[in-house]
Design a protein around this ligand. Structure first.
Ligand code: SF4
Length: 486
């Protein structure tokens, strides 16, 4: 199966979506639907593990989209049982991808255990080195396998205590769902960087998912967000909440609101679509400019552009049209084709743009390569001025918490000031929302530097979770680990 050519190489990538269900009836079908709704969080592999009434586990995993792997009725039928966990993975190419596809499964003395993880562990290499020295044999190169080995060597007797033991040793961002013979488990890291929500099915079964859009597709009612540092154990007697960590202020990923989450999801009580419009309105207040049209860079720039247009009073128009049928390639991703990528995906709506002063609204600039091509395309379509407004602050730092961003050296805003960026991209003016403006749009009066409400490290370099592996100068001979999703 050809792997996708990424036409959005200039965007950061969410590295996974998770879904779990207990007492869901046809759990595999529900999980496939849930993963389908979470497809934006990972497009390169998908997997489901189910548990039937006899205590037997069933698994199916593969490279490709959810529909590629779970579109056939016989596959769903083979995944028997009312309980399931599933995973969408963002990954790179090659042989290693298949063995890294989650959920990961292992047989323990207490029975089978399947785990699916969204996020990235920042001390996974250090842990792996210690585990390999103890004789653990890793089967994959994903950091998530560390959970399996930590559970295996734990001296605690119950599954839950072993998992808690493991969670207390890992650093990083994680939202995970796990399934064993007795329960469905959900957990979020102590800072709650990555999302996880709880829902209830009409039959009373309970669902865990990365986003509420995955609850909607299976008609599950939203119950609540799993709290930062919370572990929930769901079994036939209901839900038990455990708080194994010392209480600390959460730091939810601010980029989920800007770009990653699906617009119809509600994150930590805030509807993503409305929030993006508010960010756009704040951006307009901060950096208004005389223009004839507000044009979003589709699709992710659309809500912010709508907010910008309403606040500025300048008409909103779809001046760039996106081809929705591009995504999986029918051709090899050679350099020549990559160069064409932006044109395959976006085209300028000449009739709208010609002779106009255009404000392009996008959600982020990472390398700047796509922005430059889009601006060039809009100019070629006859725009007399092109201004760019960005609904995130400049991305100056890499993410180590489960989002695939380029190395810092490749981040345009890490290398250039705004005036220089404007020159390279080819716009008449360029402005980003300020960090305080972003916080205002998210309902905070200001960013409290001592106690920021969100993780915003890719804009500030304020990494709240230690980057142990990145600062560890140890010999990397054992370094089979790559960041989650690799
Ligand atoms: S560094 Fe940025 S992308 Fe990564 S978790 Fe923090 S806010 Fe989100």
């Amino acid at each position: 199966m050809p792997l996708p050519l990424r036409f959005e190489d200039d965007k950061p990538y969410e590295e996974c979506g998770v879904f779990g269900v207990w007492n869901g009836g046809d759990a595999a079908a529900l999980t496939a639907l849930g993963l389908h709704a979470l497809q934006h969080r990972g497009q390169e592999a998908a997997g489901i593990v189910t548990l039937d009434e006899a205590g037997l586990f069933h698994a199916h995993k593969g490279l490709g989209l959810v529909g590629d792997n779970f579109g056939e009725a016989k596959v769903i039928a083979s995944l028997r049982g009312p309980h399931a966990v599933g995973h969408n993975r963002y990954a790179t190419t090659g042989e290693t991808a298949l063995r890294n596809v989650q959920p990961l499964y292992a047989d323990f003395e207490f029975g089978g255990f399947a785990v699916a993880h969204n996020g990235n562990l920042t001390n996974a290499y250090a842990l792996k080195r210690a585990l390999v020295r103890r004789g653990c044999l890793f089967q994959s190169t994903t950091d998530s396998e560390v959970f399996i080995h930590l559970i295996a060597i734990s001296l605690y007797s119950t599954v839950i205590d072993r998992l808690i033991d493991a969670l207390k040793q890992v650093q990083g961002a994680y939202s995970l769902v796990a399934l064993h013979n007795g329960a469905l488990i959900g957990a979020r890291d102590p800072l709650g960087v990555r999302p996880l929500v709880l829902g209830r099915l009409a039959n009373g079964g309970l669902v865990l998912a990365s986003e509420t859009c995955a609850l909607d597709i299976v008609s599950a009612e939203f119950v609540r967000d799993i709290e930062a540092g919370e572990l929930v154990v769901i079994d036939d007697s209901g839900l038990r909440s455990i708080k194994p960590f010392a209480r600390t202020d959460s730091r939810f990923c601010i980029f989920e609101y800007i770009y990653f989450a699906r617009p119809d999801s509600v994150m930590e009580g805030m509807p993503v679509y409305e929030t993006r419009k508010r960010i756009g309105a704040e951006l307009a207040r901060e950096s208004g400019v005389a223009a004839d049209l507000i044009v979003p860079v589709p699709d992710s720039g659309v809500p912010a552009a709508m907010g910008y247009a309403v606040e500025s009073g300048i008409p909103f128009e779809l001046g760039i049209i996106r081809n929705h049928y591009v995504g999986r390639t029918f051709i090899e991703p050679t350099d020549q084709i990559r160069h064409l990528g932006v044109k395959l995906k976006h085209s300028a709506n000449r009739a709208m743009i010609q002779g106009k002063r255009v404000v392009l609204v996008d959600d982020s600039i990472v390398r700047g390569t796509t922005s430059r091509k889009i601006v060039e395309m809009v100019r070629q379509a006859g725009a007399t001025e092109v201004h760019m407004r960005v609904s995130s602050p400049p991305t100056t730092h890499s993410c180590y918490y489960g989002i695939d961003t380029p190395e810092r050296a490749d981040l345009m805003a890490a290398k250039h000031g705004i005036a220089e960026m404007a020159r390279i991209i080819g716009v008449n003016s360029l402005a980003f929302i300020s960090l305080d403006g972003l916080y205002r749009a998210l309902g905070q009066a200001v960013r409290d530097a001592k106690k920021p409400h969100f993780c915003d490290a890719c804009f500030t370099g304020d990494y709240a979770i230690p980057l142990t592996d990145s600062t560890d100068n140890a010999d990397r001979q054992l370094s089979l680990l790559q960041p989650a999703g690799q």
